[in-house]
Design a protein around this ligand. Structure first.
Ligand SMILES: *Cc1c(COP(=O)(O)O)cnc(C)c1O
Length: 347
C-alpha cells in the first residue's frame, strides 16, 4: 500500500487527560477544536468521555454540531467563537454553549435564543477575543443575573512560566470575576502547568492531550509511517529532487517516500528533518515535494518497508523544531490522505 499510515493511540490521549486532570482539584475539560488537532474529534472525544471528560470545547459551532452527533446529549460543548451571525440554528439544534465575547454577541444571543445557555469570554490582556474590563463591568450585573455557565479567559504566555504576563492576567481575571459565583476557567495546557492557582473550576487542555509541548511528560500519541516506494542507487555527483538542492557526496542509497507537503509534511522540512528506521535516523535529502520526499538510507543494513517521521524516536515537537514551527502546527496540518488507524480501548 502506497498510503502513509497515521496511528493514533487513544489510550495515550486518555492517560494524558488524566495526568493533566490530576495536577489540581479543578475539573478537566477537553479541547477538541480543529478535529481534535487533526487527530479525529469524534474518536478522541468519545475516548475522553469514556475516561470521564464531561465538558468539551470547539472553535466553531459547526464543529460542535459534529461533536454532538458523536457524543450524544449528555456532555456540555462550549464554542470559543461564541454566537456568530448565522450560528443560531446550529447552536439551538446541537445544544451548544456559546462563549459570548462581545456586547454585540450578547445582544444576538438574547434576541435569538433567550433563556438558552451561554458563557462569557473575558479579555485579560491577550487582545484576541473577549470583553474588556470596562465593557464587562457595564454588562456584568445583567449577565450574571441570567446565570452564565462559565466565565473564561485565555493566557497569552503560559508556555513561558516566568513571563510576567501570567501573573498580570491572573490578577486581571480575579479582579473581573471574584465573587461572581459562576464557574471559572483560565487555563489551557500551559496554564495547568503553572500550578493550581491558575486552575479555577474548569481547565481546558488541548495540545497536552495530544502529546505536545509544553506538557513535557505527555505520553506520545501519534506515529506516522511513510511507505518506501522506491530505493535507488545514486552515484556521487548526481542530484535528488526539484531544484537539484542535494548532491550525493558518496555512493548513496536513496529511498523515495510516499508523502509530501500536501500531507502536511511542509516544504520547510526539506534537508532539515529526519525519518527513522526504528531508532536509526535517516536524513531527508532534496526538497519535499507535493506527494513525495527522499531520505538517505545509505547507512542502513536493511531498508524497511516504512520509515517513521513521527513516533517514539521523533515526536511532534522535535519534527516541528526541524521545520521551524510548533507541534500544534505539525498536528493540525496533517492531511486527509493518510490511512488513519486508532489503537486503544475505544478503538
Ligand atoms: C486552543 C485553546 C485552548 C487549548 O490550548 P492548548 O494550548 O492546546 O492546551 C484553550 N483555550 C482556548 C481559548 C483556546 O483557543
Amino acid at each position: 500500500m502506497a498510503r502513509a499510515t497515521l496511528t493514533i493511540d487513544l489510550d495515550a490521549i486518555a492517560a494524558n487527560w488524566r495526568a493533566l486532570a490530576a495536577m489540581g482539584r479543578a475539573e478537566a475539560g477537553a479541547v477538541v477544536k480543529a478535529d481534535a488537532y487533526g487527530l479525529g474529534a469524534a474518536r478522541v472525544a468519545g475516548r475522553l468521555a469514556t475516561a470521564g471528560a464531561r465538558r468539551f470545547f470547539v472553535a466553531l459551532a459547526e464543529e460542535g454540531a459534529g461533536l454532538r452527533r458523536a457524543l450524544g446529549r449528555e456532555p456540555e460543548i462550549f464554542v470559543f467563537s461564541g454566537h456568530m451571525d448565522g450560528d443560531t440554528g446550529t447552536i439551538r439544534d446541537a445544544g451548544l454553549i456559546p462563549l459570548l465575547n462581545a456586547a454585540e454577541q450578547v445582544d444576538r444571543h438574547r434576541a435569538a435564543l433567550p433563556g438558552q445557555p451561554f458563557g462569557i469570554q473575558l479579555d485579560t490582556g491577550m487582545n484576541r477575543l473577549g470583553m474588556e474590563e470596562a465593557e464587562w463591568a457595564a454588562l456584568a450585573p445583567s449577565l450574571l443575573a441570567e446565570g452564565p455557565r462559565l466565565l473564561m479567559s485565555h493566557l497569552a504566555c503560559a508556555d513561558e512560566p516566568d513571563h510576567p504576563m501570567n501573573a498580570a492576567q491572573l490578577a486581571a481575571f480575579r479582579r473581573m470575576t471574584d465573587g461572581a459565583g459562576v464557574p471559572r476557567s483560565l487555563s489551557a495546557t500551559g496554564g495547568i502547568l503553572l500550578g493550581p492557582e491558575y486552575h479555577f473550576d474548569l481547565t481546558r487542555p488541548g495540545i497536552g492531550l495530544y502529546g505536545g509541548q509544553p506538557f513535557a511528560e505527555a505520553r506520545p500519541v501519534v506515529t506516522l509511517s511513510l511507505p518506501v516506494i522506491q530505493i535507488r542507487d545514486v552515484p556521487p555527483g548526481e542530484t535528488v529532487g526539484y531544484g537539484n538542492s542535494w548532491t550525493a557526496a558518496r555512493p548513496s542509497r536513496i529511498a523515495t517516500l510516499g508523502a509530501g507537503y500536501a500531507d502536511g509534511l511542509i516544504r520547510a522540512m526539506s534537508g532539515r528533518a529526519r525519518v527513522f528506521a526504528g531508532g536509526r535516523p535517516c536524513p531527508l535529502v532534496g526538497r519535499v515535494s507535493m506527494d513525495l520526499m527522499a531520505a538517505d538510507v545509505t547507512d542502513l543494513d536493511h531498508v524497511p518497508e516504512r520509515l517513521d517521521i513521527l513516533g517514539p524516536a521523533q515526536g511532534v515537537d522535535a519534527l516541528a523544531e526541524a521545520a521551524g514551527t510548533i507541534g500544534y502546527e505539525i498536528l493540525t496540518a496533517l492531511g486527509p490522505r493518510y490511512a488513519r488507524a486508532y489503537t486503544g480501548a475505544a478503538a
